[in-house]
Design a protein around this ligand. Structure first.
Ligand code: LMR
Length: 395
């Protein structure tokens, strides 16, 4: 049987992790996978997470199954974090999922159950695993222009022109904040225009929000998601706790489905529970419980927010340093976008050959589309990267 299996191309982001590990150079720099790293290159456990885990070990008396939707307190806490009071809680069905990827997958599964003919529109580019999962599920998909390679900002005219072809019932997948892989985000005014267009078309928005707190702060980063969620009768939201709680391997995420009335909430909830049951039965609980504890305990929450804010400001500072260093070395502002991008990533907009040169000649690892993880840098490596980019530009 197994001989019939086809070769699978390795995931490009994860293959980069392996290639970096295998590189023997001491001065190599990892700007690949979207994992936060401190100035020493470590991905620490958040202080609040450690405290919550200790408390969990002390206080938990059973590990019996939760519900198919996961712990309801987790869904409540995440709805509150992502949506605030934008949408009444009784209009939202929610399930815990294994990370943000699980939430995206279950969201696509829900679309397929409800409307197998729907086309999922996604930004070009988007997180490559969106495309990979949609391909695997054999769902219809269509790209819309998003990134202007010249300016390294959003190609808003292109985006609106492409979205004009959306059909009623289609699903439009948007990034809640900190666009992955580009780092370029819509302004509030542009979001309002997208909302008007999608409403006009009768489309259903689906939002992937995986970096809340990494861009402009917890509240500001939720603004796009809230504006969209508040404007539609129906909306899907896939939220991840991997990055903003640093619980990557605990697989902690949530899928929310906003519905117009109680009957449809019930229907959506039943289908989402069913999807969990079919795919893995009960969702993972450890990370969800830790996150719930942090979000509902004022002391833990304050500590978590403070640490997240330190991380966010650190990344902003690195952005400014890198843009400044490149401005100095190139005597131009062509890399100024790095300081205006938000989140973990920026797409440099350089070609694959230059990405390869940076890896081969300088031991600098970034995704093939020239996406860099800002958190992979520190004050010492910023000038090294800037000098390497300039050297590679000169060939
Ligand atoms: C990334 O884009 O690097 C992260 O979301 C990690 C992943 O799973 O790809």
């Amino acid at each position: 049987m197994l001989e019939h299996l086809k070769d699978q191309a390795p995931d490009k982001i994860l293959a980069l992790v392996a290639a970096y590990k295998a590189d023997p150079r001491d001065d190599k720099i990892d700007l690949g996978v979207g994992v936060y790293k401190d100035a020493k290159g470590k991905t620490p456990v958040f202080r609040a997470v450690k405290k919550a885990e200790h408390r969990l070990v002390d206080e938990q008396t059973s590990k019996v199954y939760t519900t198919l939707a996961g712990d309801p307190a987790f869904s409540d806490a995440m709805v509150d974090l992502v949506l605030g009071d934008t949408v009444a809680r009784d209009r939202i069905a929610a399930i815990a999922t294994p990370g943000g990827t699980g939430a995206c997958r279950q969201g696509f599964e829900l679309v397929r159950l409800a409307n197998p003919d729907a086309t999922i529109w996604h930004s070009d580019p988007t997180w490559p695993n969106h495309i990979s999962i949609l391909n695997f599920m054999k769902m219809k998909k269509s790209p819309f222009r998003y990134f202007d390679e010249e300016t390294a900002l959003v190609d808003f005219d292109g985006m609106m022109a492409d979205l004009a072809a959306v059909a009623s019932g289609d699903v439009v997948l948007l990034h809640g904040c900190c666009h992955n892989p580009t780092g370029a985000n819509l302004t509030a005014d542009q979001v309002a225009q997208v909302i008007a267009l999608l409403k006009d078309k009768g489309a259903v928005p689906m939002i992937d929000i995986a970096y809340q707190g990494f861009g402009d702060g917890l509240e500001d980063d939720a603004a796009t998601t809230r504006a969209i969620a508040g404007a539609f009768d129906e909306c899907l939201i896939a939220a991840s706790c991997s990055k903003n709680f640093g619980v990557y391997r605990e697989r902690t995420g949530v899928l929310m489905a906003i519905a117009p009335d109680a009957e449809l909430v019930k229907k959506a909830q039943a289908s989402m529970n069913f999807l969990n049951r079919q795919n893995y039965s009960f969702p993972p609980d450890h990370g969800a419980r830790v996150v719930t504890m942090i979000l509902t305990d004022p002391e833990l929450r304050a500590d978590w927010e403070a640490e997240l804010e330190e991380i966010r400001l650190g990344m902003l500072e690195l952005r400014k340093q890198l843009a400044g260093e490149l401005a100095r070395l190139t005597n131009s502002d062509r890399y100024a976008f790095i300081a205006t991008h938000r989140g973990m990533f920026s797409r440099l907009g350089v070609g694959p050959e230059m990405v390869e040169t940076l890896r081969k000649d300088h031991g600098i690892y970034m995704v093939g589309d020239s996406r860099i993880n800002i958190a992979g840098l520190n004050a010492d490596t910023v000038p090294i990267l800037a000098a390497a980019i300039v050297a590679a530009e000169k060939g």
